[in-house]
Design a protein around this ligand. Sequence first.
Ligand SMILES: *[C@@H]1O[C@H](CO)[C@@H](O)[C@H](O)[C@H]1NC(C)=O
Ligand SMILES: *[C@@H]1O[C@H](CO)[C@@H](O)[C@H](O)[C@H]1NC(C)=O
Ligand SMILES: *[C@@H]1O[C@H](CO)[C@@H](O)[C@H](O)[C@H]1NC(C)=O
Length: 494
Amino acid sequence: MCRGLLIFCLANWAISGAEIEIKAQEKSTFPDGFLFGVATSAYQIEGSQNAKGAGETVWDRYRETDPQLFHNSSLGDRSFCDSVNKWRDDVNLLSDLGVSFYRFSIAWSRILPDGLANNVNQEGVKYYNSLIDELIAKGIRPVVTMYHYDLPMVLQNLGGWTNPYMVYYFEDYARILFTHFGDRVKHWITMNAACPGYGDEDFPPFMKDPPVAKYFCVHVTLLAHAKAYHLYDNEFRLKQKGTVGITVDGRWYEPRGFQKVNREAAERTRDFQVGMFLHPIFHPDGNYPARVMERIEKTNKQEGYMRSKLPQFSSEEVAYVQGTYDFLGLNLYTTYLVEDFNRSTEKPSYDKDLGVKISQDEKWSGSASHWLKVYPEGARKMLKWIKDTYDDFPIIISENGFSDRGELADVDRIKYLQGYLSAILEAVYEDSVDVEAYTVWSLFDNFEWVAGFSEKFGLYHVNFTDPSRKRTPKLSADWYKRVIKERRIVEVPV
Ligand SMILES: *[C@@H]1O[C@H](CO)[C@@H](O)[C@H](O)[C@H]1NC(C)=O
Ligand SMILES: *[C@@H]1O[C@H](CO)[C@@H](O)[C@H](O)[C@H]1NC(C)=O
Ligand SMILES: *[C@@H]1O[C@H](CO)[C@@H](O)[C@H](O)[C@H]1NC(C)=O
C-alpha cells in the first residue's frame, strides 16, 4: 500500500510493476495459521446403516416407503462408501492430502439406536473411537458435527425437530458424545442447521404441512443447539478445553436489478434464510431478525391465526441462546437472485411470508446439481454481510464444493474451488473478515441425499460397483494437495 505523499506514490507506482506482481502473489497466499480440511457426513458415507447395532434413520425409512422421492441410483445397495469398515483407508486419504482437520459427523442412531439415551450402542462408540484415534495418530484434528440430517426414525415419529422435547433429547445425546469423545475431540459443530424437509424441499421428513413446521424446526433447533453449548460450558469446557459452534447454510441472496423493492426483498430473504439462524445466536441483541418477526406478525393477522406461526422466545430464552458460539461454521455453495413477489392470495406458507421470487442468472455456469451455479463473488459478499450485520467472530468455511458426474479429470471442480478460494481470500484481505479455516465438500463421491449417486462432489472417485469401493484420486485431489502444501491458490495442472 502507498502510505507516502501522493507524488512519491505516483513515482512508486510508475516503477513498480514487479511490486504489483508480488502484491498479487501475497493476495493468493493464505495467512499464517489458516487451516485446510475436508468434510463428509455419516449417513452419506458410512453404509451398514441398519447393521452393527445402529438404529433406523429417516433416510432408511423413506427410501423404503417412498422410493419415488429419491433418484433411482440411491435405492437398493446400502453400503455406500463403506466407511464403517474402511475408516483406515479414509484416514490414509486424508493423510495423503495433507489436511489439518477432518470434518465428519456422528450418526445419532449409531450411538443411540433408540434415539433416547437409555441404550448406548458400544459398537458405534468403538467405530468412532477407532476413527478418532487413527486421525490423531496421523496428526489430523477431528472436527465433529453432532447432527447432520440423519435423525433417528423413532425421534421423527415423535415429530422430529418440531417437538420441543428434542431440546432435551439432543442434550442427552450431546452429553454422551462429550463424555465418550471429548477427551480427544476439541472442535464440535452441534449441527448443520437448515431444517430442510420442514417446508417445500424434497428432503426427509417431507413435512410440507402445516406451514408452521419450518418455524417450529428453526426454533427447536436453536434451543437444542444452545442447550448443548451450555452443557459443554457448564460441565465439560474446563476439563476438555474445546470449542463449540454451529454450521449454517450461507447461500447468498442478491437483488435482481437495482429497484428498491428488490433490494429490500433480497435483504428480507437473507434475514429469513440465514438471519433466522444467525441473529438469535450471533447478534448482540439476540432473537429473530425484526424484519422476520414483523412480516410474520402481519400474515398471522391476515390469515386469522390465534398465535404466532413463528414461536416466540421469552426474554430468558433470548438471553439463553444469544452468544452460544465459539465460532461460526458457514457452508458456501451458490447465490440466488431475488425479486419482490406478491403472494398475498396464496395459502399460508413460509414462502408466502417471505414474499419473493427466487432465480439464478442464466450466465452463471452450472454443475450436476440444478441448484448449484458458480458465482464466487457471492461468497465474498456473504462473508462481508455477516461481518457487517453481526458481531465479529471466527468463521470456518465448513463446506464448499462442486458437483459433476464423477469424471477423474475434474477441471471444472478445480476452477470452482479456485474461484471460491480467491473470493474468500478477498474477504480476508480486503474486508478483514476473520476466516480461520476452509473445508472442501467432499472427501469422496457419496450419497448425495435425494439425488442419490447422480451428483458427485468428491476429490476422490469411489467405484460404487466394486465391492471394495475402490477410491481413486481425481485431478482435484492432487490440486488441493498442492494448495495445502504451498499455502496458496495454485494453477490448474495441465
Ligand atoms: C434410473 O433411471 C435412469 C433414467 O431414468 C435409467 O436410465 C436407469 O436405467 C435407471 N436405473 C436403475 C437402476 O433403475
Ligand atoms: C398484493 O396483492 C393483493 C391482492 O391482489 C393486493 O390487495 C395488495 O395490495 C398487494 N400488496 C402490495 C404490497 O402490493
Ligand atoms: C468398478 O468396479 C467394477 C467391479 O470391480 C469393475 O468392473 C469396473 O471396471 C470398475 N470401474 C472403474 C471405472 O474402475
